[in-house]
Structures are given as C-alpha cells and as structure tokens.
Design a protein around this ligand. Sequence first.
Ligand code: UD1
Ligand code: UDP
Length: 398
Amino acid sequence: MNAGTETETLKAAKASDITPITSEQKTNMKKNILCVAGTRPEAIKMAPVIHELKLDKDYCVMTLATGQHTDMLTQALNDFGITPDANLNIMKASQTLDHITASVLQGVGGFLDANRQDMILVHGDTSTTFAASLAAFYRHIPVGHVEAGLRSHNMSLPFPEEANRVLTDRIADIFFAPTQGDADNLLREGIAPEKIRITGNTVIDALYHILRQDISEPEYLRTVGSRPLILMTAHRRESWGETLRGICAAVRDVLRERPDAVFLIPLHKNPAVRDVIREELRDCGENVIFTEPLGYPEFVRAMNRSVFILSDSGGVQEEASAINKPVLIMRTLSERPGAITHGTGVIVGTGRENIRSEALRLLNEPEYLSTITAKNTKPFGNGEASIKIHEAIRQYFK
Ligand code: UD1
Ligand code: UDP
C-alpha cells in the first residue's frame, strides 16, 4: 500500500466514525464569530466588542489580526489584553493600497476556508475592513459592520476610507451605526431598517475602560509643568507632502507667538508622515516633544492633560467629545458631525493660516476656550455600544 492510499483509508475510517449531530445538538452548538482588526483604531474600537462577546458561552469568538499595522496593532491589542488567535502579518514598508487589499483578501479568505465562521465582524473604514468583508461575502458568511454608516459624501475625503466604508456597507448584513445620523445615511442608501442598530461608538466603551485605570504621568509630561500643552496627531493620506509641511509651518507660527507652548507629537509609524514632521520641526527645541506612538492609556492621559488637540484622526474627534476637550480637526469636512454639533470638534481645514489663527485663539482667549469645554451631551453614546452590539447579534442568530 502506498502512502497516498493509506491516507485515503484513514480519512474514510474517520468519516465513518462520525455520528451525525441531532437537531437539538445543532441548536446548542456554539456560533463561531471572527473579529478582524488590522490597524490601531480597529484594535481599540473592536476590543470592547471582543471582550463583551467572549462573555457569552454561546459563541466561540476568535480574533484575526491582518497585520496591516505591525507595532501599532500589537500595541493597541496589548493595551486591552488581547492576543490574536492568528496574525496574517501582511505589512510591508511603505505599502500600497493594492498590496493591503490583495493580501488581506487572500489571507482572510484562506483563514475562513480553514476555519468555518458563522459571522465575521469588521470595524470602520480601513483597507482591512473592506477586503476582509469581501472575503466573507465571497463565502456567503454574514458580515457585521461595527461603526457603519459614517459618510463624508466625498469619495476623496478621507481617502480611501470613504470608499472603504461605502463598499463595506454594500456587502454587510448587519449594521452597527454609532449615531442616528449614521443610521439615516444607511437608510437613504436603501438598507432595511431591521438590519440597523444604533449603538453608540465602541471607542467610548474603550475610553471609559481606560479612564477607570490609574495612569501615572510620564516624565516628559512632568517637565511641561504649567506651560500650555497641545497634543498633535496627523497621518491622513490626502495630507501627505506639501499639506503636511504646511501643517508643520502652522505649528512653528504658533510657537513664534506663544513661545511658552509645548506640542506633544506622538509620531505615526508611517515614514511618509514621521520623516516629514521630524524634519519640518527639528529646530523647535523643547517646544516640541516627539514620541513613538503612545500606548492607549498614555494617549488618553495626554489628551486629558492638553489644553486642546490638533488632529486629523477620526477616533480622536469622538474621544475628545467624551472628555470635553477641544479638537481642531485638520480636515475640510468630517463624517462625524456629532463632534462638531457637540462643540468640541472645530473644522479648521489643512491650511497654515487657519490652523495658526484657530490655535492661537484657543491659547489666547480663555473665555472662548471655556465655551468649548463646557458641554454635557454624549454624541457617541455612554460606553455601552459593545453591549448593544452583543444584543443585536443574539437577535440575529435567534
Ligand atoms: C491606516 C488606514 C487608515 C487609518 C490608519 C490608522 C488604510 C488604507 N489606511 O493608514 O484608514 O486611519 O491606518 O492609523 O487602511 N507602519 C509601520 N508600523 C506600524 C504601522 C505602520 O511601520 O505599526 C508603516 C509602514 O511603513 C506601512 C505604513 O506605515 O507601510 C503605512 O501603513 P498603512 O496601514 O498603509 O497606512 P496608514 O497611514 O497607517
Ligand atoms: N492613539 C493612541 N496612541 C497614539 C495616537 C493615537 O493610542 O499615539 C489612539 C487614539 O486615542 C484613537 C486612535 O488611536 O483611539 C486613533 O488612531 P489613528 O489616528 O491612527 O486612526 P484614525 O482614528 O484616524 O482612523
């Protein structure tokens, strides 16, 4: 008997040993749910959902990291005590959108072929989000979209995130919309109301979880003393190049007029961003503190400690609203209008002059600053989004 025939015989023997499951056993069987995350914000915003679902004995919950980000993904997952069950490790230096999309599609597809799933959950608007959804769609596996329905209504802003969200929502089966406005966007696109659940944003769950911890002040913040601290993050693809240089020029302008101020800049790992910022602000001395990407607890501490935040991040707009911290949004529009109507989010665009003048206004006019920080509404929910997502999933499987 050759080796091939032996394997066939073994397979046949094993198959004959299997007793077919009863219908009662079938209904008692655990549902397999796969949570996918590729980048830092997906990890932070998916973490509360993973923890919540893992409490449910009816589900077998797995976490698949695509590794679109390496360090920043692992750092964020670690901050929430999550070790992925598998990591596709797709990241390459200065990767292209084609590379991310193709490798996530193939990698997640292969994972789903080897590990049967009853649902996959994706988050937000990254290339991981879209490509993982597509892999599930090709296998008729239902897709749950956490943070569904956000729209800027401009396919180039942010790029490629607006397209990623729209495409994901075309093929998703269950939609967790953070706000009524996001749900309305989905309804306008013809999504059936029974497939949509308004949940709040899971980043608020993550934020509250961290705020309950005792976070000590790092040394670099202690050296700032009573000087005004401004936290700044920037990474959007559409701002790479000259726009990013203009943003840095605005920082220099602010420091010229307020030499007592200090900018804390945790540099994104992307060389297209970090190299430019470092070069443009290299002569600012003690007025600029560069750090590596901060762990989430440390970043929350820095948000709290700052007078205001200057950022093009989506998640930071939501978090800032929950801690009543002004955030000057370096974009020309936002898919998170709740941050702006709440008052903490102020769109300043990406032009040097406007960023300079809005930043100086916050630094120089305490009365104006206090109108921005004194708010009582919760545009992105009260930290129970993951519980609502859990309830909706239970209903889906009923
Ligand atoms: C990605 C998402 C963006 C999200 C952002 C969050 C896409 C197309 N973009 O943008 O929506 O807002 O993440 O931060 O999905 N790098 C490292 N180590 C890391 C992470 C990144 O070295 O841990 C470097 C690599 O050279 C990598 C590059 O950064 O090639 C860009 O990463 P990529 O995921 O393509 O884009 P982001 O700008 O991070
Ligand atoms: N963040 C962090 N450390 C940092 C910078 C940001 O933990 O050094 C967190 C931030 O609180 C928010 C998320 O990362 O929850 C935002 O990620 P990013 O700006 O990379 O992506 P975006 O929100 O724009 O998609």
